[in-house]
Design a binder for this molecule. Structure first.
Ligand code: ZN
Length: 538
């Protein structure tokens, strides 16, 4: 049906209010398709039999293709144009709209414009390649064989590059001054800027580099001071902790921290993650290790932080494009706030250590809270990002940021990437990487084509401390609450200050509204320097 036919169709919405209603309905339908694909992805990571992988990739390609077509449909485009938001100016009826409806139009238009630029064939092909790439990564990681994954990584980089170019980023977007900004081009941008934009709207490569450079320097200094101090005793954490007791304690944590079992569930996967399958359905996963009980526990707390965010978005935004976290960086601020700032605090373990010890009285015989607190925060150079401490974690991220921007620009070839990785680990941590499984193959992200994702973890650390600084000013005696395992005030503050907005406010706007500040690494650095000086006595 062309534009003319559609306007003459008696069932076609005529008034602005009807058009808005129609847009809400169309947006819901494409969100439902995306959620259905998310169910299949969740299943792929948790319960799917291994031989199902190829067909699953086909199934996902079809579903995600449909979701994409729905969003990029001429009907959505026509309605957005009719409602004139914001490209063709604000029509008379808009000022009367509730704020949420205006935010809806703004965000839907942004999503629409991104989607409409990706050809359906490209979306289908890249989804299929992604499924195969992930499966190849899982196998390659098991065998620590980078060469088995390399062809897939090359493909993922090509798709990522193409995607950013379709979105109007990179040298092809034209030179500043000649490009038409209303065409959605980003003159003077890099391809990597385009990839960052989908995880952290409004944040560019140069801006991140400017924050990461001094962050790297001060964290390296702190890590050196820690390395020179006497080590924390962690031997008791390498004993055998049976998995079933770990699971039991995880369930206690879920309930104690306030996760509603009627609105989500916890399962296991190779790489812990959180996915939202519906307004009342948030799935989190973890992985357990017999000789490392903290790995599973802190993954649970981390993913819970993501889950709390998704579950506290304003119910009025249910099922629509606004009903999600606004960016990966803000999302990570929530997970890392719970995992580290709260979950690795002394007060938190004053509340939970007795319960933990009751599950493992043998392993923890003779261990008291001060020793346990030191062990939980043991820091030092490490090979594995996901098990790194708070100090070295952001250094792991900076390493990935520096490598992936070069991979995407073509300055670094896939063949040379493992050696570049190993050299960077040597430079940052003074460590030798024994095999690719504990080096370049350790993370799932690149296998999914998620270039530009890694920086959000470090940004999350920075945002988290900016939020927390304000939170503990607004809620007096937070430590006492943590000791008593009372989290309602913290949930309320985070809910009202951050979660409720969903995607209504962009990251910079949300941060400024919550804290009165712009992005800064200082609260994070001050928090770490104070905490670790006390822990390590320097
Ligand atoms: Zn996370």
């Amino acid at each position: 049906m062309n534009d003319e036919d559609r306007r003459n169709d008696p069932s076609h919405p005529k008034s602005p209010a009807e058009k808005l209603e129609r847009l809400f309905a169309l947006d819901r339908e494409r969100m439902y398709l995306s959620r259905a694909a998310a169910v299949l992805r969740w299943d792929e990571e948790t319960y799917m039999p291994s031989l199902a992988v190829e067909e699953r990739a086909e199934q996902l390609a079809v579903l995600e293709g449909l979701a994409h077509e729905k969003l990029a449909s001429p009907e959505i485009g026509g309605l957005l144009e009719d409602l004139g938001q914001p490209v063709s100016g604000v029509p008379a009826f808009l000022p009367a709209l509730p704020d949420t409806a205006r935010d809806f139009l703004r965000v839907l238009e942004r999503d629409y414009r991104k989607a409409v630029r990706l050809p359906p064939d490209f979306v289908r092909e890249s989804a299929r390649a992604e499924g195969l790439s992930q499966a190849a990564w899982i196998e390659a990681r098991k065998k620590s064989d980078f060469s088995a994954f390399a062809p897939h990584l090359k493909k993922m980089i090509e798709y990522a590059r193409k995607k950013a170019e379709y979105w109007g980023f990179g040298p092809a977007a034209g030179n500043a001054g000649t490009a038409d900004p209303s065409a959605g081009l980003h003159p003077g941008s890099s391809v990597y800027d385009g990839l960052l934009d989908s995880f952290e709207p409004g944040m560019g490569e140069a801006e991140i580099d400017a924050v990461f450079r001094p962050l790297k320097e001060r964290l390296q200094e702190l890590l050196q001071k820690i390395a020179a101090a006497p080590k924390a005793e962690t031997g008791f954490l390498r004993l055998d902790y049976d998995i079933s007791s770990q699971k039991e304690f995880s369930r206690e944590l879920l309930a104690g921290l306030g996760f509603d079992p009627r609105r989500g569930r916890l399962d296991e996967s190779a790489h812990p993650f959180t996915t939202t399958l519906g307004f009342n359905d948030v799935r989190i996963t973890t992985r357990y290790a017999r000789n490392d009980p903290l790995s599973g526990i802190f993954s649970v707390i981390h993913e819970l932080g993501h889950g709390f965010y998704e579950l506290a978005v304003d119910p009025a935004l249910k099922s629509g494009c606004l009903a999600e976290g606004v960016s990966m960086g803000i999302h990570e601020s929530q997970s890392r706030l719970w995992e580290n700032v709260i979950g690795r605090s002394r007060a938190f373990w004053e509340g939970w250590f007795p319960a933990f010890k009751s599950h493992f009285p043998g392993q923890l015989a003779g261990v008291e809270l001060p020793g346990f607190y030191r062990a939980v925060n043991a820091a030092g150079p490490s090979l594995i990002r996901i098990e790194a401490d708070e100090v070295s974690y952001s250094l792991h991220i900076i390493l990935r940021f520096e490598l992936e921007r070069r991979l995407v620009s073509g300055a670094l070839s896939v063949e040379d990437a493992p050696a570049a990785w190993n050299a960077a680990v040597g430079e940052l941590f003074g460590l030798e990487v024994p095999d690719d499984a504990s080096g370049i193959l350790q993370d799932v992200h690149w296998s999914m084509g998620a270039f530009g994702y890694f920086p959000s973890y470090a940004l999350g650390n920075l945002y988290a401390l900016q939020f927390w600084k304000k939170c503990i000013t607004d809620i007096p005696r937070v430590e006492e609450l943590l000791i008593r395992r009372e989290y309602a005030d913290i949930h309320k503050w985070l809910g009202e200050t951050i979660h409720v907005f969903g995607r209504r406010l962009d990251p910079a706007e949300l941060l400024e509204r919550a804290t009165g500040e712009k992005l800064s690494a200082l609260p994070f650095l001050e928090y770490l320097e104070t905490k670790y000086a006390e822990l390590y006595g320097f």
